[in-house]
Design a protein. Structure first.
Ligand code: PBG
Length: 325
């Protein structure tokens, strides 16, 4: 048979396939999300997120040590706060005896070489369960910014490397940049949740933190899943306000948005492979419907192929283990 072009020639051996591989994903590009609770000796599995735990600081330090041994150098830390510490102004987020701030300090003094990223939003500390300040049933954008700034300065003082504003208030990147610069934290970076969608796929995360909204939803601040040009507008704003890294969230359902921001910005693009995306794969694997290792690697490589430079994923540890083999 006369067939001039035979693409299969470029797939004929493992060596050739590896040579011609267009996308590679290094463990150095992964950020591992971890949940922390106050207390001692706690390793409490999140029911809707098999293999993920709420850790107390003592055990979290051991967990991070074992992840460092696998090559993971980037971590994003989320606090699960007891209900009685929550109020409508999220005052616990910047209080002196806050266990999350204390943990940031301890983790960074124990492992100064790693990158530690925070979450900046009111929801883990808010009695309303919203990312912004609630007044008369509405999210008050401008009243939220000073609260986020107090939270940010407290995290910067504790030694965080990168703050991660996930609240989607207008103007917050510039406001937080200015607040940090004024206090002398010019080297503390901002990874902005630039295109954060109002997604059903955050459900397991809200179980982990008990942070679901008490009333209403997040649609007046998080983006409509139907939109993508709006993501470019958000990216332009965050860039002009001083963001160092832009993020798209969720990841696998928004690969087109990742690609769009990669093409429209010179900043590094992060993608958050969120709790629901990971949990649905885990659930299918536990039922025997999918092969966990293969499906997980394919999910991560698809996010990198779309243009993500950095991936926040609950699979980071398992991926790092696989790469060691
Ligand atoms: C809170 C925040 C959320 C996530 C990260 N930061 C939840 C939300 O906006 O309701 C979700 C992460 C995940 O689902 O893995 N500001």
């Amino acid at each position: 048979m006369q067939i001039l072009n035979r693409p299969r020639r470029n797939r004929k051996s493992t060596a050739i396939r590896e040579m011609l591989c267009e996308t590679r994903l290094d463990v150095a590009q992964l950020v591992y999300p971890l949940f922390i609770v106050d207390g001692n000796g706690i390793q409490d599995e999140v029911k809707s997120m098999p293999g993920n735990y709420r850790w107390s600081l003592d055990l979290l330090l051991k967990e991070i040590e074992s992840c460092i041994a696998l090559g993971i150098q980037q971590y994003v830390l989320f606090p699960a706060v007891e209900e009685h510490l929550k109020d409508n102004i999220a005052s616990y987020s910047y209080s002196n005896d806050n266990f999350y701030l204390n943990a940031i300090n301890k983790i960074k003094t124990t492992f100064p070489q790693i990158t530690l990223i925070s979450d900046v939003a009111m929801d883990p500390y808010s009695s309303d369960g919203h990312d912004g300040f609630v007044a008369n049933g509405q999210i008050d954008n401008d009243a939220t910014l000073p609260i986020l700034a107090q939270m940010t300065i407290a995290q910067a003082q504790a030694g965080i490397d990168i703050i991660g504003p996930s609240d989607m208030m207008d103007g917050r990147v510039g406001f937080l940049r200015q607040a940090m610069d004024k206090e002398g934290f010019v080297n503390t970076s901002i990874m902005s949740y630039t295109a954060k969608y109002a997604s059903a796929y955050y459900g397991p995360f809200r179980d982990a933190l008990d942070s679901a909204p008490k009333a209403g939803d997040k649609k007046t601040y998080q983006m409509n899943p139907a939109n993508k040009m709006e993501a470019v507008r958000e990216a332009n704003l965050d860039e002009s306000e001083g963001a160092d890294i832009l993020m798209v969230k969720p990841a696998i359902l928004y690969l087109d948005v990742i690609q769009l921001l990669k093409q429209n910005s010179n900043l590094p693009i992060a993608a958050y492979n969120v709790s629901g995306e990971c949990s649905m794969l885990m659930a299918a694997a536990q039922k025997g419907y999918l092969n966990y290792e293969a499906a997980m690697q394919e999910m991560l490589i698809s996010i990198a192929r779309a243009g993500a430079d950095i991936i926040l994923t609950y699979f980071a540890k398992d991926y790092a283990r696989l790469m060691k083999k």
